[in-house]
Design a protein around this ligand. Structure first.
Ligand code: ARG
Length: 603
């Protein structure tokens, strides 16, 4: 379905053309003077120069022509404007007619996707988000990529893209070597450490998930003071990457224990990946990658390491080359990302890649992207996007920590939010404990995700649990509260109808021209839906979707406060209100679904 601004612009273009001017002058925008008009066209000012006329003259001609066209419009589609004016020095000011707005929303209401178009048409996009590191617990640093990536993926799918979300686990790094060597010291008798062992390795892991959670931090701490231990861990990591069977066997145990735990954590966040791949999946491509880069003279040896130059003359400061292989032969983060690109090209041939990580990885992705393009591993037109997010800070303005200064585990953070919401619900005592617990999980997730997504991705933000869980203001719970309120009006309406002997009124449910300024404002907000979702996706800007539903909820609030919906005696009029608020509910529910959360029945 066409966007409402495009519908208006189309009329405007036709009018410019009919008056003998280039149609391109017929651009229309939202008014920047809402007190004077709703939409405006400034084309006459630009046309004035080209046609050597006074802008107001052109604006006058075009306005007159628009009025004529309106008079001739077909019966199906009501006249578009209620007010059309040429004003000094040459603006065209517009107001949409109530009838046209109702007509537009009535069409939108009949569409499953509420007027959004399949602009993606099956284009494949890889979203690389999550990025959890196996054997290390998920902490708040993994929250932002999960929340942002899930939203981007959902918006893309909604717009007809073929979005493939990959968790891309860190499953191949130094943490594995650390665990292996720590294990060797704790349990030297295990067959994995017996070089002469020739039998089959046990199917059971030699540790539990609980032990594993303790082994890694212990080993990591030890490596900071014990150089020899650290060197062993590096060596073990290298051997694992080489495919040394006993270490691969340990690695498999670690994976088997960690994955279900990670999955559970992501499930709790309602974050669902299509692919559970990781850095280790790049392994089969590494030898080929290195050979190819060497053979084609793109990679060369420098101080024992294999590197590819990526600097470009236009760089404001000189960028270091991308290291493909260290002097000790170990593969690096960039190597695995390049290997992964080879795999993704072979398996999915995406038109676009979106990587979501924090700002600190900026240089890494510049290097990887440049090597991929330079070597032709992706097509020249393939879009490689690194979506960098800012830091989540505590109220003190420093990166978010636990009370004792440690890194906060994600589970605890989620629990803290849910408890806070539970407290708030119980203050009002509108439901029993069990329902309140259930609702607080749903509302807590909304508080958490909305609190994050309502900020521009690249910006740092303050994680403020009191504000995020508030039922008022620009928060997730406020949006949910609006939905819940509409649900209860609709339920009450259905009850009243069945008392009157059936759903006769439903047949009259149709969006009607607005009868008040508040109703029109609500309708105008609704009409922007398809435009907003598209922009939010194309600009990787979930905050635009948040801003939209916040304004929509406010517009609904004003409408609700000034309109007697359930007491309305004119049945047709009432059915019109019902159609309208049902549409508000659908739009809000669709948007929160795209943001990655849902609404409870009551709150
Ligand atoms: N595991 C990485 C980290 O914790 C993030 C992975 C991001 N994705 C990628 N393809 N490099 O920093």
């Amino acid at each position: 379905m066409k966007k409402i601004l495009d519908c208006i612009a189309e009329e405007m273009r036709a009018a410019f053309a009919a008056c003998g001017y280039a149609a391109d002058y017929g651009k229309v925008t939202l008014s920047n003077r809402p007190d004077l008009c709703e939409y405006q066209c400034n084309g006459a000012m630009a046309a004035a120069k080209a046609y050597k006329k006074k802008p107001i003259e052109i604006a006058g001609e075009v306005t007159a022509c628009l009025k004529q066209r309106e008079a001739r419009q077909d019966a199906d589609c009501p006249p578009m404007f209620s007010d059309l004016q040429a004003v000094m020095p040459g603006f065209i000011n517009l107001r949409l007619s109530e009838a046209y707005l109702a007509y537009y929303l009535e069409q939108m209401r009949r569409e499953e996707k509420l007027g959004a178009e399949d602009i993606g048409r099956g284009t494949t996009v890889i979203v690389d988000y999550g990025g959890a590191n196996v054997a290390k617990p998920l902490h708040v640093g993994h929250l932002r990529p999960a929340i942002i990536g899930e939203c981007i993926k959902r918006m893309g799918n909604f717009l007809g893209y073929h979005m493939i979300g990959d968790v891309h686990l860190g499953d191949w790094g130094l943490q594995m070597g650390l665990i292996i060597e720590e294990l060797r010291d704790r349990k030297p008798d295990l067959p994995y450490f017996d070089e002469s062992f020739a039998g089959e390795y046990p199917g059971e892991a030699p540790f539990t998930i609980g032990e594993l959670e303790e082994i890694y931090p212990a080993a990591s701490a030890r490596s900071k003071t014990d150089e020899a231990f650290k060197d062993r861990a590096h060596e073990a990591t290298r051997r694992l990457q080489e495919g040394y069977p006993p270490f691969v066997a340990i690695w498999k145990h670690i994976m088997a224990l960690s994955l279900p735990d990670l999955k559970k954590n992501y499930d709790n966040l309602e974050v669902y990946f299509d692919l559970w791949k990781g850095e280790s999946d790049s392994k089969p491509y590494i030898a080929e990658l290195i050979e190819d880069l060497q053979q084609r003279g793109l990679a060369y040896t420098s101080e024992g390491a294999l590197v590819v130059d990526i600097a470009e003359p236009s760089d404001p400061k000189e960028l270091p080359p991308c290291i493909i292989r260290k002097s000790d032969g170990a593969a690096l983060y960039a190597t695995s990302d390049l290997g992964t690109i080879l795999e993704r090209e072979r398996l999915y041939a995406p038109s676009e890649y979106i990587y979501i990580t924090d700002k600190r990885q900026e240089l890494h992705f510049i290097q990887v992207f440049r090597v991929a393009k330079k070597a032709g591993y992706v097509k020249p037109e393939t879009k490689l996007v690194h979506l960098m997010f800012g830091t989540m800070n505590g109220k003190d303005g420093k990166p978010f920590k636990t009370r004792d200064g440690g890194v906060m585990r994600l589970e605890y953070l989620v629990q803290e939010i849910n408890d806070k919401v539970y407290e708030r619900i119980m203050e009002n005592r509108t439901m029993d404990e069990e329902e309140a617990r259930k609702a607080s999980r749903i509302i807590g997730l909304a508080a958490l995700k909305y609190g994050d997504l309502s900020n521009q991705v690249s910006k740092d933000y303050v994680f403020d649990i009191d504000r995020f869980t508030s039922f008022e203001g620009n928060t997730g719970p406020y949006i949910l509260y609006t939905i819940v309120r509409i649900k209860s009006i609709l339920a009450r309406y259905a009850e009243l109808q069945s008392g009157k002997g059936g759903p006769a009124a439903e047949k009259q449910e149709q969006i009607r021209p607005a009868g008040s300024a508040e109703e029109k404002a609500l309708m105008r907000k609704l009409s922007a839906f398809n435009d907003v979702v598209e922009t939010a996706f194309l600009e990787n800007a979930p905050h635009r979707l948040c801003q939209f539903i916040y304004e929509l909820s406010d517009a609904f609030g004003s409408f609700y406060n000034t309109t007697m919906i359930l007491k309305e005696e004119d049945a047709k009029k009432q059915a019109g209100y019902i159609a309208l608020i049902t549409l508000v509910k659908r739009v809000l529910e669709t948007c929160i679904g795209l943001l990655g959360f849902s609404a409870p029945e009551r709150m």
